[in-house]
Design a protein around this ligand. Structure first.
Ligand SMILES: CC(C)(COP(=O)(O)OP(=O)(O)OC[C@H]1O[C@@H](n2cnc3c(N)ncnc32)[C@H](O)[C@@H]1OP(=O)(O)O)[C@@H](O)C(=O)NCCC(=O)NCCS
Length: 193
């Protein structure tokens, strides 16, 4: 897949150094979940070798430098979470038509619009190629940049859920903001833009 500045392809073993550069940064892994940053290249290589064969893991490559500067993962939304937080989407979730994504961009490349550009393309791919009807995304309430990216791609606020643990930067209680976009609304947006 291709956007103005980016190529989006599956992960490859050769991405190890770039993968390490992204996920060893103290502000990346802790913003996506509970994992600690990689402390050495070997740990990143091992993790990459475990996930590289997954066809729903994507490398974001900056065209001009041919460098992997980000990663996206697409997965099915969990049935347990749909039961709890989105019962209205439970049937579609059971049919595998509610998907979710996680993403990260190398901090050296933040605020250039790259994540927004990539997410727009991944949304198109998820609705058209993967046949999703809804996409549900979540970000920790303190992670304003991620929320901004979701809004710029048409995602709408649904609910805020308290989660275990504390925000690693400030010690505040963590809350997960859930945002969603339906295929119907995405089509409407695509016509308008
Ligand atoms: C979230 C992340 C992927 C965004 O990547 P990016 O390529 O910098 O995103 P974009 O440049 O497309 O957009 C970022 C937007 O957030 C805004 N932003 C950045 N920091 C912000 C802050 N502290 N408060 C409010 N807005 C902020 C930028 O101004 C920009 O909005 P604009 O285009 O309207 O000016 C990146 O910060 C990242 O990898 N973070 C660590 C991992 C992570 O948080 N992943 C998401 C988990 S839900």
């Amino acid at each position: 897949m291709e956007t103005i500045h980016l190529l989006i392809r599956n992960l490859e073993g050769k991405d190890a150094n770039d993968y390490y550069e992204i996920y060893s940064h103290p502000d990346v892994r802790p913003r996506t979940g509970n994992s600690k940053p990689f402390s050495d290249l070997q740990a990143a290589e091992m993790h990459l070798s475990e996930i590289a064969s997954n066809k729903n893991q994507f490398a974001i490559v900056e065209k001009i430098s041919n460098k992997m500067i980000g990663k996206f993962k697409i997965s099915n939304y969990s049935i347990e979470r749909a039961e709890k937080y989105f019962p209205e989407l439970l049937e579609l979730t059971k049919q595998g038509k509610v998907l979710t994504m996680s993403y990260a961009i190398n901090p050296k490349y933040w605020n250039k619009g790259y994540c927004t550009e990539a997410l727009k393309k991944m949304v198109e791919y998820t609705f058209i190629q993967l046949g999703a009807e809804h996409i549900i995304l979540g970000y920790f309430i303190q992670n304003k940049a991620s929320g901004k990216v979701m809004e710029k791609c048409g995602f709408k606020y649904k609910k805020t859920i308290p989660v275990a643990g504390f925000w690693y930067l400030t010690g505040e209680k963590r809350q997960l903001v859930k945002m969603a976009l339906s295929k119907k609304d995405w089509k409407k947006l695509s016509k308008e833009n």
